[in-house]
Ligand binder design. Sequence first.
Ligand SMILES: [Zn+2]
Length: 215
Amino acid sequence: MTISHHPPDELIADFATGRLDEANHLVVAVHLTQCPACRRFAGAMEHLAGAALEASEPVSMRADAFEAVLAKLDQPQPAPRAEVSSPSTLPDEDLPEILRRCRFGKQRRVAPGLKMQPIILPSASQSRAFLLWSAPGARMLQHSHSGTELTCVLKGSFSHEAGRYGPGDFDFGDGEVDHQPVVGPEEPCLCVVAMTGDLELHGLLGRMISPFVRL
Ligand SMILES: [Zn+2]
């Protein structure tokens, strides 16, 4: 696998120091499982963050901190979630291990040649995560985002102004990016996506159908 598109350094730093919400964390983690270079970088960032923590001055704690922790431990814990869905409910046989451990909602059709399946995250997340299938050769409507969109390709490919994205490649889109991806003709494209905010579709057709397109 040749990976040519990687997450921005700041995103990997936020991943390594635990500052990403669950959906964004998951999509960066999927890229890291496939990209040794980013894995090494994330490891170095974790190491640096750990060293900085060790070097920092101890912080004095409130007098009742110990009681507060005990009180928290006494609270009822949420039931453990099922770790592995049974294989028959998996949306795709070839998902990477990290996604095979996830739970999935119901698959649905978004637009012609486009379907999605939500990933059920263990706790509330600012961004949502889902799998996205696009038919070979599909041309997506030109769009930008009101928030961010993190995408890692699992199968197939798509291309837009910034280049071609194949398996393992990572695409970071924010409100400044306005693109129109085209799916490669070789096979359907499967991606894992984390998205905050909404898609903003452009052009007459985009404005006409955008009330019906919900991701
Ligand atoms: Zn990478």
